[in-house]
Design a protein. Structure first.
Length: 281
């Protein structure tokens, strides 16, 4: 693995701050991530942000095929050259933005659910996680490198200050586990915070299915939109426009004390609450 700094200098390129680009320096780290991911020879990987190809090459060596998405057009010639030099013939480079990528179409073409991998930029990590949740019917699992603070937030449990909207959404439909930590010094340029690699394994069917997932996610968003308020006040003062008495009725019917706050509710409690609200109009 060529040093990212040397490689970009040779191509007269610089990491983009706007795109949040940080490239792995340690040559063994991509192989470690792939090993922890447990890729099978039949897996098809969708990589978000292929960059200079370090993780791409490691993944392609362990699975059937890699669909490597890269938004930064400056990096595409370099990426293709690195893949050619590594002899990777099972990689398809897609010059796309993951936020506009049709994941369902890619999975259909692959003939199986995809394994998503990537080192996500901090500024759009939340949006990407939500997009993966919405497309999870076509995704087996996601192996993602995230800034440590964000990774701990989305894997937090009820009662924690870090517990929030994404924690509940993932708690509803997936199992989240930490695979390894990566020190900031392992990247070029060096970020201000360490990273963690997590595995998000999506359930084929949620343990507590919602009647209407879109409405469930709207209720979760409303509850955490004013997280310092009680559930009664957060719901009645949200975009849901619930009358206070209706909010109280739904909460008490579900067995939730109206004075509790969103950060204390489990995913199952949110499902029960959303179902009651939907069934009562």
């Amino acid at each position: 693995m060529t040093s990212p700094h040397a490689l970009m200098a040779a191509w007269r390129l610089f990491p983009s701050k706007r795109l949040g680009q940080n490239f792995l320096i340690h040559p063994a780290m991509p192989q470690t991530i792939v090993a922890r991911a447990g890729l099978a020879p039949t897996d098809q990987v969708l990589e978000i942000g292929a960059g200079l190809g370090a993780l791409t090459v490691a993944a392609a060596s362990a699975c059937a095929a890699v669909l490597a998405i890269e938004k930064d057009e400056r990096l595409l010639p370099l990426l293709r050259a690195e893949l050619l030099a590594a002899g990777m013939t099972n990689v398809t480079v897609l010059a796309q933005d993951i936020m506009q990528t049709d994941i369902a179409q890619l999975a259909t073409h692959a003939g199986r659910r995809l394994v998503v991998m990537g080192n996500l930029p901090y500024n759009i990590s939340s949006q990407i996680i939500v997009r993966l949740i919405m497309a999870r019917a076509h995704i087996d699992r996601a192996i993602l490198m995230l800034q440590k603070e964000f990774a701990q937030r989305i894997s937090a449990g009820p009662g924690s200050r870090q517990y929030g909207r994404l924690s509940v959404m993932l708690g509803y439909c997936a199992r989240v586990e930490t695979l390894l930590s990566v020190h900031a010094a392992q990247f070029y340029p060096k970020p201000k915070i360490d990273s963690e690699v997590i595995a998000i394994t999506f359930h084929r069917r949620p343990p507590h299915p919602a009647d209407d997932e879109s409405f469930l996610f709207a209720v979760i968003k409303a509850a955490f939109g004013q997280r310092r308020k009680t559930m009664k006040n957060a719901l009645s003062g949200s975009e849901l426009r619930l009358a206070p008495d209706r909010a109280v009725h739904a909460l008490t019917t579900t067995g939730i004390d109206p004075v509790r706050r969103a950060e204390t509710l489990t995913a199952a409690e949110f499902v029960a609450l959303a179902n009651i609200l939907r069934r009562t109009g």
